[in-house]
Design a protein around this ligand. Structure first.
Ligand code: ADP
Ligand code: MG
Ligand code: ZN
Length: 414
């Protein structure tokens, strides 16, 4: 007999094979176990609950932090012929009522909700009367107070396993550090969960770091070497994204800015141009990116130091999703470290939180300063062992003078 999950994968989504991890996750859910799936951005986390949802039938509830993400997913599922719905604050009352009618009538397979909407007593009561077979919590790191994306509404989700004790729950995240993982497992599952960490290597992304001197010039040179390709440039401040975009534009590069201080219309217009045109450079703060799925981003350029290795990893993961050669390049300067430390100190947060944030920053600095294979360090941090990759600046530049230690060894051996 044919494997029902493969049937769904092929017939509904049109894919011949599962990506690494997807089948294991699907299998565990179909067997009724709770799963915490840690997979990098672009690895294909959505299918990890969409396939089981369709195999199981009944209703699957999907929790997602952003209305825009929910709308995208529902639209994509409907295109594939799947009965998906969302009830959210951006829809008018009639649309929400119509969606609820479909859900209540048992027509909907996947229902996307924001956590605050799901956890209202009225919604929970109404859902309890329906045939819920699976609950998926996307971007589950939002539950962790230690993480940069913490959302208070996510904390409420810890009640789900008590409210729906018979229903398997899957939590999904791309944030892989041990502390966050343990935190998610503890809060959502009281520690009783199968944790699957899968496929963190993105071998097609070349990793490089360069000492920051004249950042603007360095950026321009890099972008010009990748002329005609789409790229993302991350800057620390809103003001800087606009300055850098204008600077690139003056120098003949089609560049747009994106940050949370812009009007919604301007942001959406720029995002649309970036998504639909090729060869556009998006100069952005970290406000840009969650859920961005553009396959042909040729590079991610960090004009400033990110806040942690997790953030760095998640951000560079937006490059090279099509599997083609791509590049992650970062400028690294002492001024950035000072700036990041000040950021942490200025935060109105408990001392323990600050201590952890400094620790995460130290890890990132270690990554920047290493003379070892960068991918080894990066994957090692996420718990994967790897051989030297041959596709990072340290692997590629093995001339003795580039590495004081190697040079010393040669001198001592002579
Ligand atoms: P994530 O949530 O992990 O960042 P997504 O679920 O958005 O990733 O999937 C990223 C891309 O990978 C999507 O375009 C999706 O269609 C594609 N994808 C997922 N699974 C497969 C598969 N088994 N075969 C081919 N493409 C896949
Ligand atoms: Mg996703
Ligand atoms: Zn390497």
């Amino acid at each position: 007999a044919e494997d029902p999950k493969r049937r769904v994968l092929k017939d509904v989504f049109g894919f011949d094979d599962f990506r690494p991890g997807q089948d294991a996750v699907t299998e565990a859910l179909l067997a009724g176990r709770h799963v915490l799936a840690v997979m990098p951005t672009g690895a294909g986390k959505s299918l990890c609950y969409q396939v089981p949802a369709l195999v199981l039938g009944g209703l699957t509830i999907v929790v997602s932090p952003l209305v825009a993400l929910m709308q995208d997913q529902v639209a994509a599922l409907r295109l594939a012929g799947v009965a998906a719905d969302t009830i959210n604050s951006s829809l008018d009352r009639d649309a929400n009522v119509a969606a609820w009618r479909r859900v209540a009538a048992g027509q909907t397979r996947l229902l996307y909700l924001a956590p605050e909407r799901l956890m209202t007593p009225r919604m929970l009561e109404a859902l309890a009367r329906l045939d819920i077979r699976l609950i998926a919590i996307d971007e589950a790191h939002c539950i962790s107070q230690w993480g940069p994306a913490f959302r208070r509404e996510y904390e409420e989700l810890s009640r789900l396993r008590g409210i729906f004790p018979e229903v398997p729950i899957i939590a999904l995240t791309a944030t892989a550090d041990e502390a966050t993982r343990t935190d998610i497992a503890a809060q959502l599952f009281a520690g009783r969960v199968e944790t699957l960490v899968l496929g963190f290597d993105r071998p097609n992304i070349k990793l490089g770091i360069e000492a920051k001197q004249d950042g603007k010039r360095q950026l321009l040179g890099f972008v010009q070497r990748h002329a005609g390709r789409s790229g993302i440039v991350y800057c620390l401040s809103r003001k800087k994204t606009e300055e850098m975009a204008a600077f690139l534009d003056r120098n003949g590069v089609r560049a747009l800015a994106y940050h949370a201080g812009m009007s919604k219309e301007a942001r959406e217009a720029n995002q649309n141009s970036f998504m639909t045109l090729s060869g556009v450079v998006m100069v952005a703060t970290i406000a840009f990116g969650m859920g961005i799925d553009k396959p042909d981003v040729a590079y991610v350029f960090h004009s400033d130091l990110p806040g942690s290795l997790e953030a760095y990893y998640q951000e560079i993961g937006r490059a090279g999703r099509d599997g083609r050669a791509a590049e992650a390049h970062m400028l690294f300067g002492l001024g950035d470290i000072r700036m990041r430390r000040l950021f942490i100190e200025d935060e109105d947060a408990p001392a323990e939180h600050k201590r952890r944030a400094h620790g995460r920053l130290d890890t990132l600095i270690g990554y920047c300063e290493t003379a070892q294979c960068r991918r080894q360090i990066l994957l090692g941090y996420f718990g994967e062992t790897a051989m030297p990759c041959g596709n990072c600046d340290n692997c590629l530049d093995q001339t003795p003078h580039a590495d004081g230690e190697a040079e010393a060894r040669i001198i001592l051996a002579a």
